[in-house]
Design a protein around this ligand. Structure first.
Ligand code: AMP
Length: 414
């Protein structure tokens, strides 16, 4: 009977070694950029109480309505694989009383996230994000710093020519009066709107700006804009963020239709898009969320941050990430023994030299071919004695013993 082939679940993927190396390298570069900005690494669990995302991300968002991987544990408690990182970080901030630390608290994270989306190129059900959060200050320089750090991470990753879109959603209070205006406008044009948007006019009218539906897009092109209805304080905050980005010579487009798909945003929102990504053009984005910590039961605490997709960054990147470092190869001829070869490779590794040995029963000829295939810098052939061949210069010479071999190898790799 044929056995059904097992495959990775839909929307997930294995990270093969070559990609794993690129991801490690991206992690290293992101850490360097974010560390310079004063952000410290942080981790939260991959699953949380479902309630956190319902309250934090918002009941009316696509993420909570349609995209969460929610399950019951054996005690009947509802848990959800995290679809995003901001609500968990805010939960941790409250749980650990981090408002008592010097503010702002600046954190960065990297890890897997889960959304039950239609799988397609650049859109997965398990994907990785790198992200930052700065909690405890509403200073506009934090917004500007946040945007600049994402620009720098993209730059360090070799993503060129991404477009930065920027807007402000105002505070929740100033948004309320605007939302009334927008709802009235949407009701007036109800006939041209998609069913989905029409159903959410009361609950979440801003989402109409995100719609792909042609009729809805036409209606939204002439809709009243939040950016024109900001309170004087919000407008001033936004102007200051823009001025700081101007001073830093970072180009951006003010896009009043930018709303982003999560409920918690206030004031600054931004997104980087790359035309190298096709339909899924968002590389990373974020914004300010001054009400979220209080929403989760903490003291009123402003915050700002972003998340960027690791897979999308690598898809959009033009950098050739470095290949694996070249090893030294230890071969065995018919006079040599496994114990000699193993002893030599162990000594090389203890000395910090990346090295490999024959472990697949190859002939000497096969071993030398293999050494070339793995781009070895040189080969020690263990037999009667030890012989060194540099695969870079072709130089060949007998070696007095293990210690001399280690000296040669260290000299070659450094
Ligand atoms: P968001 O939290 O929706 O703002 O997403 C931030 C970034 O994460 C996006 O710009 C994408 O780069 C990435 N991202 C979001 N959803 C997915 C997904 N389903 N697959 C791959 N990357 C994603």
């Amino acid at each position: 009977m044929a056995v059904a082939k097992l495959k990775a679940p839909r929307g997930t993927f294995d990270v093969l070694s070559e990609d794993a190396l690129k991801r490690r390298e991206l992690h290293r570069r992101a850490w360097a950029v974010l560390g310079r900005g004063g952000y410290r690494p942080f981790e939260t669990p991959v699953f949380e109480d479902t309630e956190l995302f319902k309250r934090g991300v918002g009941d009316s968002t696509d993420i909570v309505r349609k995209e969460m991987f929610t399950f019951e544990d054996r005690g009947g408690r509802s848990l959800t694989l995290r679809p995003e990182g901001t609500a968990p970080v805010c939960r941790a901030y409250v749980e650990h009383g981090m408002h008592k630390l010097p503010q702002p608290v600046k954190l960065w994270y990297w890890g897997p996230f889960f959304r039950h989306e239609r799988a397609q190129a650049g859109r997965y059900r398990q994907f990785s994000q790198v992200g930052i959060e700065a909690l405890g200050s509403d200073d506009p320089s934090l917004d500007a710093e946040s945007v600049l750090l994402l620009a720098e991470v993209l730059e360090a990753a070799g993503v060129r020519g991404a477009t930065l879109k920027l807007s402000s959603l105002g505070t929740r209070e100033s948004r309320e009066s605007y939302l009334g205006k927008l709802r009235r406008y949407l009701h007036e044009h109800e006939g041209d709107l998609s069913e989905d948007v029409r159903a959410r006019v009361e609950e979440n009218p801003l989402r109409a700006f995100d719609a792909d539906h042609v009729g809805t897009r036409a209606v939204m092109a002439a809709a009243p804009r939040l950016l024109d209805s900001l309170s004087p304080e919000d407008a001033e905050h936004f102007a200051e963020v823009c001025a700081l980005l101007d001073d830093a010579c970072l180009g951006y487009v003010v896009d009043p239709t930018l709303v982003r798909g999560l409920d918690y945003y206030t004031r600054t929102v931004f997104e980087f898009e790359s035309d190298k990504l096709g339909a899924q053009s968002g590389v990373g984005g974020g914004g300010r969320y001054d009400g979220l910590v209080a929403e989760l039961g903490g003291p009123p605490t402003p915050g700002v941050g972003w998340a960027a997709g690791v897979e999308r960054i690598l898809l959009a990147s033009e950098t050739k990430f470095p290949a694996a470092p070249r090893p030294i190869y230890v071969a065995i001829d018919e006079m040599g023994t496994r114990r000699q070869a193993f002893g030599l490779v162990t000594a090389l590794r203890e000395a910090g030299v990346r090295s490999e040995l024959e472990q697949a029963g190859r002939s000497l000829k096969g071993q030398l071919r293999h050494a070339a295939r793995i781009a070895a810098r040189g080969v020690f052939i263990v037999g009667d004695g030890i012989e060194w061949t540099s695969l870079d210069t072709g130089e060949q010479r007998p070696v007095g013993g293990v210690q001399e071999a280690v000296r040669i190898a260290v000299g070659v790799v450094t």
